[in-house]
Design a protein around this ligand. Structure first.
Ligand SMILES: [Zn+2]
Length: 411
């Protein structure tokens, strides 16, 4: 039925195998010529493959938001059948791709890809070094009530906006309740009852809530960045998961909160890319201990407590040196944004960086996930100046296609 798709898939596999084999041969020759021993085994052709069947042009037509016509062999003749599909409305400026049949377990899904063309944004380095008014949205992810604290600042250092995205306590409470029930259940049966039905249900519930809140929070981060015309969204690297002491429900909860941060970044990355924004990550070292104003160490404390020492997770900060005081997560978020700026302006410790008009880099376009900014200092933040609302990231090179699956239907 899908002869052409099958032939193409087979051809592709054969070509891939052949080029691997050629590479292996030439590498072996080189190694033997140099007198090295060669132990690497040759590549083998695929013994089996699962390829999805593509419906090429002529086999499909009339793709609308809710249906598509497919030409199928009914057993006696070829006929057009109309298939209902679910999903979002079709955006105006997309190209329709050939749908393909994909098998997932026992179900068959029809994927109808859409392709959207947009010009790729300038690299982060270009944006940060050429425009002082480039707006950066910095995000501090937390495991307390404020899941994400976002700030917008320009490369020149002007702080424009802050948003707190809450809801962490509700999710943690929900998770803890379910984890507690799972723990009690395990205690009762005296064994780890992974496969047991009600536990499986609870795990699924936890997963679903985590996933949907990661989607919600990442969407709100991107929305906020877009509202303020930011062109770069910056996070901190996750670091490693610190093992926790205490009850099963507590340990499990903090582990899941950690995973959720990773998922939040993953989702925010592709969502912001769809809006033409790039994402990056910076070194997380001491982001919450540093003052966003003068970069000396801050005191972090609970409300009603003396403003001294460092209480991890406490909501308030005070800088003894410059007198800055405020929300600890907001301060951390500003420091994260500054780290990205300092990466490209290492010398600017005092005055805000001046835009360098030329210096277009050779960097490739695309989503850049950069490595740690090791420098501790950042540009100082001058007291609020008004912001120019134009001239941010405008360099455009070429265009990139992004395929997006808008609708999947079961069988
Ligand atoms: Zn300070």
């Amino acid at each position: 039925m899908f002869r052409r798709a099958a032939i193409n898939a087979a051809l592709g596999s054969a070509r891939s195998f052949y080029s691997h084999l050629c590479k292996w041969r030439s590498r072996r020759e080189k190694a033997l010529a140099k007198g090295h021993t060669w132990t690497l085994r040759p590549p083998v052709p695929p013994r089996s493959w699962n390829k999805s069947a593509t419906l090429y042009a002529g086999q499909w037509k009339e793709r609308t938001a809710s249906s598509i016509m497919l030409k199928v062999w009914t057993g006696t003749c070829w006929s057009w059948i109309k298939i209902r599909i679910t999903g979002r409305e079709l955006p105006a400026d997309v190209e329709l791709g050939s749908p393909s049949l994909i098998r997932r377990g026992k179900q068959w899904w029809l994927h109808t890809p859409l392709e959207k063309q947009f010009s790729s944004p300038a690299t982060i380095e270009q944006q940060v070094t050429t425009h002082a008014q480039t707006k950066i949205c910095a995000v501090d992810l937390n495991i307390n009530e404020q899941l994400a604290v976002c700030t917008i600042q320009t490369v020149a250092g002007t702080i424009l906006a802050t948003r707190f995205i809450g809801g962490g306590r509700r999710i943690a409470g929900f998770r803890k309740k379910l984890l507690g029930r799972i723990a009690r259940n395990r205690r009762k049966t005296g064994m780890i009852a992974e496969g047991e039905q009600d536990n499986a249900d609870r795990w699924r519930k936890i997963r679903n809530v985590d996933d949907s809140s990661a989607h919600l929070v990442s969407a709100r981060i991107v929305q906020f960045a877009r509202q303020h015309e930011a062109t770069i969204v910056v996070f901190e690297h996750l670091g490693s998961l610190k093992p926790q002491k205490g009850k099963y429900s507590h340990r499990g909860n903090s582990k899941r909160a950690f995973w959720m941060k990773g998922r939040l970044f993953k989702y925010a990355k592709y969502k912001s890319y769809h809006e033409g924004m790039l994402t990056s990550r910076v070194n997380p070292r001491n982001t919450s201990r540093e003052c966003a104003g003068c970069h000396s160490l801050v005191a972090r404390y609970e409300e009603g407590q003396p403003a001294e020492g460092y209480t991890s997770g406490a909501p308030l900060v005070l800088c003894q040196k410059c007198g800055m005081r405020g929300n600890a997560d907001r301060n951390a978020s500003l420091v994260i944004g500054q780290r990205l700026i300092t990466r490209y302006h290492p010398s600017s410790q005092e005055k805000p960086p001046t835009p360098l008009a030329i210096e277009r880099g050779e960097k490739s376009p695309g989503v850049a996930v950069c490595q740690d900014a090791t420098r501790e200092e950042g540009p100082s933040i001058p007291p609020a100046r008004h912001a120019d609302r134009n001239e941010h990231g405008t360099a455009q090179d070429g265009s990139l296609g992004m395929a997006e699956r808008l609708s999947d239907i079961p069988h």
